[in-house]
Design a protein around this ligand. Structure first.
Ligand code: DC
Length: 226
């Protein structure tokens, strides 16, 4: 089993880099943020008290989240688009702060990797908690302003109107919470390569990460990844 982890804050380029890297290596992609978003959406839909840990515990045991390539399916319903809305983005912290949700999703993430064998996984805690023995680990960052600009462009492309300043303050708020969380706080693993993607063309970044992974694979196995 080969696992490459890509962690980092919102808007640092993780999703794009992880998706393209997985395509280029011919490996599976695991978007763990999408899993937390899907659970948050389920919580909103079920109208649970988002501050109630036991409600999250009950809910998460009953859910089935599937990740077919490029899609997120919750209990048979395609939720790929709706989980990217401003509302779900704002509420996801409640799901991400819940120990029951985290435990269940971490189990699912490990099972996914075991099943598919070769995986590029992205999130906040992939290199630290979920896959501490991952083959290669990367932690992407970028300035707050660049990350907020990328997120603002994404919302605009989806047809959602939200002020840039509001995206920036939401993003800073989320970073602070993700970093301060008691379980699985967002931070680079000691053996992660930290990369600042500010002003870097993401295609160039993907190519350099791919070269790094292929080089490491060659050193380890003597074989080039197919
Ligand atoms: O990467 P993203 O924006 O899709 O993540 C959505 C939220 O889920 C974000 O608030 C951080 C949280 N998250 C997490 O706590 N742990 C992960 N492994 C992935 C995401």
């Amino acid at each position: 089993m080969w696992v490459v982890t890509i962690d980092g804050p919102a808007g640092a380029g993780k999703s794009t880099v992880a998706r393209r890297l997985a395509e280029r290596l011919g490996w599976q992609l695991l978007d763990t943020g999408a899993m937390y978003r899907a659970v948050a959406y389920a919580g909103i839909r079920a109208e649970i008290d988002l501050e109630d840990e036991s409600a999250w515990g009950d809910l998460v045991l009953r859910l089935i989240v599937e990740l077919p390539p490029g899609r997120v399916v919750l209990d048979g319903e395609d939720v790929t688009a709706v989980i990217r809305s401003v509302e779900v983005t704002r509420s996801t912290r409640h799901a991400a702060d819940s120990p029951s949700v985290r435990k269940r999703l971490v189990d699912c993430q490990r099972a996914f990797a075991k099943d598919v064998r070769n995986v590029v996984t992205e999130g906040r805690d992939q290199g630290t908690i979920v896959f501490p023995d991952a083959f290669r680990k990367f932690f992407l960052t970028a300035t707050d302003e660049e990350r907020a600009r990328r997120r603002h462009d994404e919302f605009t492309a989806r047809g959602e109107t939200i002020a840039y300043d509001s995206v920036l303050s939401d993003l800073k708020d989320r970073d602070a919470r993700d970093e301060a969380r008691a379980i699985a706080p967002m931070r680079p693993a000691p053996d992660a390569k930290v990369i600042d993607s500010t002003g870097i063309d993401l295609d160039v970044l993907v190519a350099s990460i791919e070269a790094d992974v292929r080089h490491a694979l060659l050193e380890t196995t003597g074989r080039v990844a197919h």
